[in-house]
Design a protein around this ligand. Structure first.
Ligand SMILES: [Zn+2]
Ligand SMILES: [Zn+2]
Length: 59
């Protein structure tokens, strides 16, 4: 469980849109392979720069 920063309600981790208020989450990622940090709205499964697997960064 995580808390939506906009409506403060609980939402399931891994959702890219809050089911309560509909806002799209922004996630921060740091790629372990190319060491780039980037923000993305919604769920990213692969690094857009080097295609490394990012699924272990979801929480
Ligand atoms: Zn919300
Ligand atoms: Zn990368």
């Amino acid at each position: 469980m995580s808390i939506c920063p906009y409506c403060q309600k609980e939402m399931d981790a891994g959702f890219d849109t809050c089911p309560h208020c509909g806002v799209t989450m922004t996630y921060l990622y740091k790629c372990n392979r190319c060491e780039q940090e980037f923000a993305a709205t919604g769920i990213l499964r692969f690094c857009p720069l080097c295609d490394a697997d990012l699924t272990d960064q979801l929480n």
